[in-house]
Write a protein that binds this ligand. Structure first.
Ligand SMILES: Cc1cc2nc3c(=O)[nH]c(=O)nc-3n(C[C@H](O)[C@H](O)[C@H](O)COP(=O)(O)O)c2cc1C
Length: 328
């Protein structure tokens, strides 16, 4: 098996998978700013097995994005081998399995993070996927979830139980979000848990790659968190909104002890390039997806609120350039 993870220089900096965000255009932008690995949005195994055109389109990527990891999700372990084989045919570098989604439409039906309530299914999914394809398979999860109220037998489940259930399976990497199911997106991450989980992961998978995730990250906080947890790298998510150059800044800081703030011409150029890439990879109707990114790119400017009013209506990269280009 070609395991690209092991060839990367540490610390490894990646995007996490993010629905509605990590499409091909965003991945190309992150790659151009120094991301080592990029992840797709999560892709349903059910939809893959039903050959859904919309889902198949989510597997499209450009060579410049590689290594690209496709994240798949679903509750039915039986569908994973077929879904993984479909994904593998695209020439993608790796597969990640989602065991962390807290969204009602996924976790509410026992998927995502709630799969951890039945570790036999977790094991079955990973065993079937790793046996089906000759690609590195990683998993993404959270530090845990609490017992269901009124059902004490459901018990608290942690990432340690999760790792125990998978311990003899060939995992290439673990991305661990340092928050639990109950407080899914706010507040600080539990750095002590991230550190301890990393130690356990390394004892079970000495060759595996351990990536931490979660909380608003600055250049300095990434470096401090990596040092504290001893992780092999970090997977960035919302911290990248409107500032994909974070990858370069972190690398510069690690290599030289300093990094540069980006100037407006660079921000403008990145935003327009992002809009062009999205235009090329999607259709006119879906260009509206660019608007949220644009609002982040102009954040912090003194005329941001005025600009926001214009940017929420853009329908093409030409319009984006027309608004941003005259600005200094
Ligand atoms: C809009 C949005 C979409 C997300 N989609 C996914 C997804 O498809 N798969 C996944 O594993 N996590 C997904 N996540 C979770 C992120 O990957 C990440 O774990 C989480 O945002 C915590 O990191 P942060 O605090 O640095 O943002 C999503 C989060 C957000 C905000």
């Amino acid at each position: 098996m070609k395991n690209f993870w092991q060839k990367l220089t540490k610390p490894i900096l990646t995007t996490t998978p993010m629905a509605g965000i990590t499409d091909s255009a965003w991945r190309q932008i992150c790659k151009s700013w120094g991301a080592d690995v990029v992840h797709t949005e999560f892709v349903s195994v059910d939809a893959l097995c039903h050959n859904s055109a919309k889902t198949m389109a989510m597997l499209a990527y450009q060579a410049s994005e590689q290594p690209v990891v496709v994240q798949i999700f679903g509750k039915n372990a039986e569908l994973y081998p077929q879904a993984a084989k479909i994904v593998a045919k695209t020439g993608i570098a790796g597969i990640d399995i989602n065991f962390g989604c807290p969204a009602k439409k996924v976790a509410g039906h026992g998927g995502g993070i709630c799969l951890l309530r039945d570790l036999k299914i977790v094991r079955d999914i990973v065993a079937k996927t790793t046996a089906a394809v000759d690609l590195p398979v990683s998993v993404k999860t959270r530090i845990g979830l609490r017992k269901i109220q009124g059902q004490p037998e459901s018990g608290n489940i942690s990432v340690f139980d999760f790792m125990d259930a998978l311990k003899d399976l060939p995992l290439a990497a673990l991305i661990l979000h340092g928050r639990n199911y109950e407080v899914p997106f706010t507040g600080p991450v539990d750095l002590d848990m991230l550190k301890e989980a990393g130690e356990k992961f390394k004892s079970l998978w000495p060759q595996g790659i351990y990536l931490i995730n979660g909380s608003f990250q600055t250049v300095e906080s990434v470096v401090a968190d990596l040092k504290y947890t001893q992780a092999d790298g970090i997977a960035l998510s919302r911290s990248l909104y409107g500032r994909p150059w974070l990858f370069k800044q972190i690398k510069d800081y690690i290599q030289t002890g300093h990094y540069q703030e980006v100037d407006w011409p660079t921000i403008k150029e990145t935003a327009i390039r992002h809009a062009e890439l999205l235009w090329q990879s999607k259709n006119e109707k879906t260009f509206v997806e660019m608007r949220k990114h644009l609002l982040f790119y102009v954040k912090g400017r003194s005329d941001a609120s005025e600009l926001r009013k214009k940017l929420v209506n853009v329908t093409s990269p030409k319009e984006v350039a027309k608004i941003l280009n005259p600005l200094t």
